[in-house]
Design a protein around this ligand. Structure first.
Ligand code: CUA
Length: 370
């Protein structure tokens, strides 16, 4: 009886609610919807230009290397299971809402109430446990499989050191040091040649992420992390630092250049050479060595042995400058040497306050470092 009278009260209240108290609620909902749409629009608008050339948009769902492929297969399995559960639950919910909706004349009746069904309770306890168990098993198997992979003979080993805000790349066995662009050979059916990476950090935490090749792995100070990639398709793969590491985190870009084995070997041979000495750039060379450039940069085969900044021995063999902040060209190099802070505010290379003429001479020298 009490319930009955309460219901009546409610319906009376509802009928008595004036339209003007419902209007602000509607307006609020409308505003919330509009704000959400605006947010989606802003985010979409910001994501696109950040990728630059649309032809190079990295497709997360198109892995082209072994660990990325395994991760995608696992994600698809998890997604399928979760989507099925969602469809069943949402379907039942919609069915219940439509089938048992309020109808005129329903006021006095309650649907039949069911309590204490052992079968139903057992089913909804055991089934989710089984599903979660399957997901745990499959996920741990994939993680273990990726983490425990042993380097086969012929694998390439590289050490990647994260710096604010660039990547130092070393191949200890090959005697190569470079920066920001990791070269690796492509594997094929006949010759598997994965690359194993040791990840370290010189300052703060960074994260190595090239979506089409593998999952993210952090570079943590005083710790050595490990990962591997085994791409099969030659090409340039874009990546970036995926752990906020300071002002220029967004310009800590990374490229993995996957080459056919013969081409990779050729690249190794070229990189193993000491710096090329070109008599046409003597003036610039003098200025470079007279300034503090040498305290931070190394040029193999010369007295420049700094390790604070990128190795410049074969600077001109790279595609980009300042960890992907600009494509490597005469103009960008000139702008960089003139004032690095213009191109990458907050970077650790200061404005050296050198004259325009000296900038030109240094650039002429740097451009001989092929
Ligand atoms: Cu390095 Cu973010």
């Amino acid at each position: 009886m009490i319930r009955h009278s309460k219901r009546e009260e409610n319906s009376l209240n509802r009928a008595a609610t004036p339209a003007r108290t419902q209007a602000p609620v509607k307006r609020l909902r409308c505003r919330a919807l509009l704000s959400f749409a605006a947010l989606v629009f802003i985010v979409a608008g910001h994501v696109h230009p950040a990728f630059g050339n649309p032809a190079q948009v990295t497709n997360l769902l198109q892995p082209l290397s072994q660990p990325a492929q395994e991760i995608k297969e696992l994600s698809m399995l998890v997604l399928t299971i979760c989507a099925t559960i969602f469809l069943i639950v949402a379907g039942l919910l919609v069915y219940a809402i439509v089938r048992f909706r309020h109808r005129p004349g329903d006021e006095a009746s309650e649907p039949p109430q069911i309590y204490g069904s052992n079968q139903i309770e057992t089913a909804w306890t055991v089934l989710p446990i089984l599903i979660v168990f399957v997901l745990i098993l499959v996920t741990s198997r994939t993680i273990a499989d990726i983490q425990d992979r042993k380097a086969p003979p012929g694998a390439i080993h590289s050490t990647v050191v994260g710096h604010q805000w660039w990547w130092e790349i070393r191949y200890p066995e090959l005697g190569i040091v470079t920066a920001n662009e990791l070269h690796v050979p492509a594997s094929d059916g006949n010759r598997r040649q994965p690359t194993f990476l040791n990840l370290e950090s010189a300052d703060v935490a960074h994260s190595f992420w090239v979506p089409q090749l593998a999952g993210k792995t952090d570079l943590i100070p005083n710790r050595e992390n490990r990962m591997w990639i085994e791409p099969t398709q030659p090409g340039t793969y874009l990546g970036n630092c995926a752990e906020y590491c300071g002002m220029q985190h967004a310009r800590m870009l990374l490229r993995v250049i996957v080459q056919p084995p013969a081409e990779f070997e050729q690249w190794v041979k070229e990189q193993q050479q000491s710096a090329f000495e070109d008599a046409s750039a003597t003036e610039g060379r003098k200025i470079f060595f007279a300034n503090s450039c040498v305290s931070c940069h190394a040029i193999r085969g010369t007295s420049a042995q700094g390790t604070f900044g990128p190795d410049l021995t074969h600077l001109m063999s790279r595609q980009t400058l300042a960890s992907g902040a600009a494509p490597l060209s005469h103009d960008s190099l000139r702008a960089w040497v003139h004032d690095p802070q213009q191109l990458k505010v907050g970077c650790l290379m200061p404005n050296m306050q050198i004259t325009d003429k000296e900038v030109d001479q240094i650039v002429t020298y740097l451009e001989t470092l092929k």
